[in-house]
Ligand binder design. Structure first.
Ligand code: MN3
Length: 198
């Protein structure tokens, strides 16, 4: 199965003013495309070409760094585009809200801890809401790594590579993460991934 880049699920200028068309033109059309192009080259002859994307990620982790980085970033970005929507943010859907109260101390603490995970990820990486052993957890990972290789299911990820925010926020990663959580997150897609994982 070759990797392919799908179109964004909205127009490039649909997430303004929180994420600009210029950011999405670079991030989706160039960065994500590069993960797809390089991943396909590395998939050839890897012995994993028949696997699902998740299978490639799990089996290349710790074994084939080049393929893992590109395949994991492909997966992360497929969902990253769907984890955002125009006029996002707002109230959490019912099942997610109940589990956030139970496992993460309520939505305000979840917001603070998720943003803090993104702030304290030194260098490039991701902040995550994940489901592990039936409970919600906040995680952070370097580079392209994601919860799939840590026995967990990713439910929401914030890309904290500089390419995700430098055009719009320069070095202000906190402002980017606050805008992401408050104005961009597509909580319905998070709830769908929670349903699929539980
Ligand atoms: Mn990125």
């Amino acid at each position: 199965m070759a990797f392919q880049l799908d179109d964004l699920p909205y127009a490039h200028d649909a997430l303004g003013p929180y994420m600009s068309a210029e950011t999405l033109e670079f991030h989706h059309d160039k960065h994500h495309q590069a993960y797809v192009t390089n991943g396909n080259k590395l998939l050839e002859g890897s012995g994993l070409a028949g696997e699902s994307l998740e299978g490639v990620i799990r089996q290349s982790f710790g074994q084939n760094a080049g393929l893992f980085n590109n395949a994991a970033q492909h997966y992360n970005h497929i969902h990253f585009w769907r984890w955002m929507k125009p006029n996002g943010g707002g109230a959490l859907p019912g099942k997610l809200a109940t589990m956030v109260d139970r496992d993460l101390g309520g939505v305000d603490k979840f917001r603070a801890d998720f943003i803090n995970a993104g702030l304290t990820q030194f260098g490039s990486g991701w902040a995550w809401l994940a489901l592990k052993n039936g409970k919600l957890e906040i995680m952070k990972t370097p580079n392209g790594e994601n919860p799939l290789v840590h026995g967990a299911a990713p439910l929401l990820g914030a890309d904290v590579w500089e390419h995700s925010y430098y055009i719009d926020y320069r070095n202000a990663r906190p402002k980017y993460l606050e805008a992401f959580f408050d104005h961009l997150v597509n909580w319905e897609h998070v709830e769908e991934m929670l349903e699929a994982a539980s």
